[in-house]
Design a protein around this ligand. Sequence first.
Ligand code: 2BA
Length: 109
Amino acid sequence: MKLVLAIVQDKDTRGLMEALVAAEFQATKLASTGGFLREGNATVLIGTEEGKVDAVLAIIQKTCHVREQLVSPLPPVVEPVDSYISAPVKVQVGGAVVFVLDVERMVKI
Ligand code: 2BA
């Protein structure tokens, strides 16, 4: 058995969860926060058989989109804050960051 752990943007979570349930996968959504943007995202856990991992990845790819986001860099420590004009920079976020893990044992109690 495998555990697919997908970090997705909030905007894509609903579509992803609906598509997973429609394809009869079991999934759990956890609220999470990205370390770089410090914004809410979602971590979706999907436990499934090894042979179905590619189907899960295909659903994630179909429902999670790449977006550009503007970030304002923090002012450097050495310069006075009022002399620093920060230009927002663009970063690309998503579609999804996915980890596929081996599951040693799954138990429902
Ligand atoms: P964040 O950490 O908020 O990162 C959002 C986006 O900012 C990233 O998109 C990436 O394009 C950019 N970014 C991150 N760190 C950066 C840096 N030091 N310099 C410049 N740009 C940077 P994604 O790569 O699509 O990642 C989306 C979210 O997935 C991340 O949100 C984080 O929550 C998670 N993530 C990504 N890689 C991870 C990893 N290796 N381990 C755990 N979580 C990860």
